[in-house]
Design a protein around this ligand. Structure first.
Ligand code: MN
Length: 227
């Protein structure tokens, strides 16, 4: 094929992608917003690199493919999740894997940790009794999720916070979730997220997590969820 034709095909492909407005950003694989070693020593660089560039990349690629195969590239992920029980397993597993990880990278960061402030802290204290009580409940959800899954802090339809866990790549936006709402904090407890550094010691990984939580981002997500 001539160079000009190859170039034209690439440009045409790109235009089709860009014109798909609701899922346009899903087609672009973004860079991690910080270095792989930025969460050391709590989450090691090798784990981050494999998790992001292999596991997350695979979910991203497979979700785009599943969306194309099922003709749902014109829908938002939230819309897809709200009817997930009507879609094939490839959409549920890869869509969840894509979305959950995308959120997970955002709510962590370097120079993070500590406690939330402002409205989010007030709401945590009001709904859980104290920040310490909330942490204990969240850690228990993460430790007791049998097998692979996620622990969550979620805002329900009435604006109340609750903690839950889900198996595999399910999430609280999905119609199959036992308790539904808008997630604002989550922790990946699949072994791929911690095994290289922590091996079988999931509880140590879970308690280390607080050192890398970007509470500013979690607060932004909370304020957006109650709007
Ligand atoms: Mn993961």
């Amino acid at each position: 094929m001539r160079k000009e034709i190859i170039l034209l095909s690439i440009i045409t492909g790109l235009l089709i992608t860009i014109n798909n407005k609701t899922m346009a950003q899903e087609f672009v694989f973004p860079d991690l917003p910080y270095a792989y070693d930025a969460l050391e020593p709590y989450i090691d660089a090798q784990t981050m690199e494999i998790h992001y560039s292999k596991h997350y990349k695979a979910y991203h690629t497979n979700f785009v493919k599943a969306a194309e195969d099922n003709n749902i590239t014109d829908k938002s992920v939230e819309d897809i999740f709200s009817k997930i029980s009507t879609y094939p397993a490839a959409v549920r597993n890869n869509g969840g894997g894509y979305y959950n990880h995308m959120l997970f990278w955002q709510i962590m960061g370097p120079k993070a940790g500590g406690e939330p402030t402002g409205k989010l802290l007030e709401k945590i204290i009001s709904d859980f009794g104290s920040f310490e009580n909330f942490k204990t409940e969240f850690e228990n959800a993460a430790k007791t999720q049998f097998g692979s899954g996620w622990a969550w802090l979620v805002v329900d339809a009435q604006g109340k916070l609750f903690v839950t866990n889900t198996p595999n790549q399910d999430n609280p936006l999905m119609d199959i979730a036992p308790k539904k709402g808008t997630p604002i904090l989550l922790l990946d407890v699949w072994e791929h997220a911690y095994y290289l550094k922590y091996q079988n010691r999931r509880p140590d990984y879970v308690s280390s997590f607080w050192n890398v939580v970007n509470w500013n981002k979690v607060s932004d997500l909370y304020l957006k969820a109650i709007k």
